[in-house]
Design a protein around this ligand. Sequence first.
Ligand SMILES: Nc1ncnc2c1ncn2[C@@H]1O[C@H](COP(=O)(O)OP(=O)(O)OP(=O)(O)O)[C@@H](O)[C@H]1O
Length: 303
Amino acid sequence: MSLLELHHVSKNFGSYQALDNVSFSVEPGRIVGLIGPNGAGKSTAMRAITGLMSYSDGEIIFDDERIRFAKNKSLARMGNLIEYPAIYPNFTARDHMTYYAMDAKDHADIDELMKITGIDGEKFGKRKAKKFSLGMKQRLGIAIALIRNPKFVVLDEPMNGLDPQSVRDIRALIRSLADKGVAFLISSHLLDELQRLADDVVIINKGKVLRREKMVDFLAEGKTQVKVQTNDNDKMLAAAKAAGWDASMGDDRVLIAVQGDVTAQKVLKLATDEGLEVTDIQTGQGNLEDHLLSVLSTDATRA
Ligand SMILES: Nc1ncnc2c1ncn2[C@@H]1O[C@H](COP(=O)(O)OP(=O)(O)OP(=O)(O)O)[C@@H](O)[C@H]1O
């Protein structure tokens, strides 16, 4: 039995459909990455799951209870950090911990959680939250999400504003909690980070789920690609597509799937024939970002 299940969930804002028949599940102890471009519906899905927003159709079941807007006993077993953490400017980090632990049947050891999330010690202990940096607020938000020993935690862009050491600390914390059975649903535009952290991936685009699979399977399915950078990548992409190749635009280079007669030499020859200057060319397995872009570009072609 899954801990969280979304069955055919839809959400409309007026005539705009932000979620369209969304179904996926999250198992205990799994870290699930929710990824997709801006406006795909990630925050909307997370808000519906945490009872912060109503949904129009379908159902969301958490821990055997149907999630409804703003009235769920089960939400006490769910932690979340969505957009801005609920921080009180005149509270210190410890005040927040004490406040959010109040009335909880079960809560984490406050000192230990403050230590792990790096909001303890001389520097932060006595400082009021209004004087916190963005990264500090983010760490406090993560600590708040974890204070009630949740079974399931929803984190929207948790690594926002964190320095590399904090990113590493938070990653280790999430992994150790998942090893103890806590499930996570995490959205992030930091795809390298998510690739390292997530066990499963849900890809959402224009409110629809395009993929739901294990991260390793998704990455393995990513084709070997020739990644070519030229002085005119748009022209390179058009030429590759005209040649009938499976090509998409990466961050700063064109990605061409190695299949049939496509090789790096052929790509180089095509670029030269087009009068393009090749500044870099490599062959390799796509990473999460490459494969995501390729899945999104296939989806756009279908639409
Ligand atoms: N309260 C609202 N009223 C009207 N439209 C909304 C509202 N909230 C979100 N939307 C629209 O729904 C779509 C999905 O938004 P959402 O914030 O869920 O996307 P997202 O995947 O989280 O994007 P991002 O990566 O930019 O945060 C967007 O087109 C957005 O403009």
